[in-house]
Design a protein around this ligand. Structure first.
Ligand code: MN
Length: 412
């Protein structure tokens, strides 16, 4: 498929991808755009050219602070919008080609949080990650808790502090119990960490009291983003018993600005790990429900500006898939809404260089991670940027997520 628009070789935003986001440029209000190469297609300008006329989309839906209303048009319509844009980008006589306001350079645009997140749920679905944490803090010979292989463990997170790539965060302050102390201290976190995760955005409302079956769950997934679930390990360690994560997690989670649709990922479906023991009926599923998405995490210290990849993992390692997470989430009648964010949990692989958090990479702070600039880390330092990237590639077709990048600043 050839496009008249220049797309750099190896661009994440190929003609096969066409992810949605919210951008602003040229002092125009925020609006829906589609990424292609190093450019953005302005969907308001496209609508003004009447290219979506069969869909009857009101400009109010496209000139919008968030994608939620657009997602609310339904998968049939949002799918058609991608197909129409793809057709126009491969058609030399498209009016988009000659309309200067329809194509904006990504360098000249500001990218915003793509969705208004209603509720956010974080799962714990990587068996390698759960096993590493269990080995470190409980029993290496029996690292998984008894429930782990029977249900996708999760907790309700904080939606208000989900931020877009490029927004810097401050090191959180809170209660910490120092080792061997008998009372907690009030301090800046000394163990700041990232969690390499992927988030998915719910694309369809379900009603209170109803359950979503694994076979129907694809219809409820709009698309995916990279997700850095920032974690203050020392705050988390002291506070989490017995109700789970709280302030050690809720200060920030960073996401990538472009939402890659589940349709664009169709060719990258793969089988997941064999689940043993067999799961209960409501968690059984048909077909390929995992995705082969290469993931990496880099640390970029401000002073030296030399980047180091500290982790390379893959979304395909996930033990529990998104369909099972959705079926489990709704099995009690809990409803889902458009714009809800579900995150995978830290995505670790089997090898030591595929662990998706500093907690695992440094094995609880015991092992130094050497960086290319000569410094070393056990956790994240002030003025480090953490950059996560992800892409799929098969038969020379690349569909990528770009990056989520955010810098850790000192405590306020
Ligand atoms: Mn997490």
């Amino acid at each position: 498929m050839n496009s008249w628009i220049e797309i750099p070789k190896n661009s994440d935003f190929s003609i096969h991808n066409l992810p949605f986001g919210i951008f602003s440029a040229n002092s125009n209000p925020k609006r829906v755009g589609i990424a292609i190469g190093s450019n953005i297609i302005d969907l308001v300008a496209c609508n003004d050219l009447d290219i979506f006329k069969d869909l009857g989309i009101n400009n109010k839906i496209l000139e919008n602070d968030f994608l939620n209303d657009f997602i609310g048009l339904g998968k049939n319509n949002t799918k058609k919008v991608r197909e129409i844009i793809q057709m126009h980008l491969t058609d030399d006589s498209s009016p988009i080609k000659t309309n200067t306001s329809a194509i904006i350079s990504m360098n000249e645009a500001e990218l915003h949080l793509p969705v208004k997140v209603g509720d956010y749920t974080d799962f714990y679905s990587s068996i390698e990650h759960a096993s590493n944490i269990g080995s470190m803090f409980r029993d290496p010979s029996n690292p998984l808790l008894p429930n782990w292989r029977h249900l996708p463990v999760g907790y309700h997170g904080r939606a208000s502090s989900i931020i877009v790539s490029g927004v810097d965060i401050h090191r959180p302050i809170g209660q910490i119990m120092p080792p061997d102390a008998d009372k907690p201290v009030f301090s800046s976190s000394k163990r700041m960490d990232f969690e390499l995760e992927m988030g998915y955005i719910i694309g369809k409302n379900s009603s209170l009291g109803s359950c979503i079956k694994t076979d129907d769950a694809d219809n409820y997934i709009f698309g995916k983003v990279l997700f850095n679930d920032w974690s203050a390990r020392d705050i988390q360690k002291w506070e989490y018993v017995p109700l789970g994560p709280f302030l050690g997690k809720s200060f920030a989670s960073s996401i990538s600005p472009w939402v890659v649709t589940i349709e664009a990922l169709e060719n990258f479906r793969v089988a997941g790990p064999i689940q043993n023991p067999e799961v209960l009926d409501y968690l059984k599923f048909n077909g390929l429900k995992n995705y082969d998405i290469n993931l990496s995490v880099s640390i970029l210290p401000e002073k030296t500006n030399i980047e180091t990849i500290v982790c390379e993992s893959n979304f395909k390692y996930m033990y529990w898939n998104m369909n099972q997470q959705i079926a489990h989430h709704t099995i009690n009648g809990c409803n889902l809404n458009i714009g809800d964010m579900m995150a995978s949990g830290t995505i670790s692989g089997k090898s030591e260089d595929s662990y998706g958090s500093m907690l695992e990479l440094s094995w609880g702070g015991k092992k130094n991670i050497e960086l290319n600039d000569g410094s070393s880390r056990t956790f994240i330092d002030d003025y480090d940027s953490v950059i996560m990237r992800g892409y799929c590639e098969k038969d020379n077709i690349r569909v990528g997520f770009g990056e989520v990048k955010s810098k850790l600043l000192p405590s306020i």
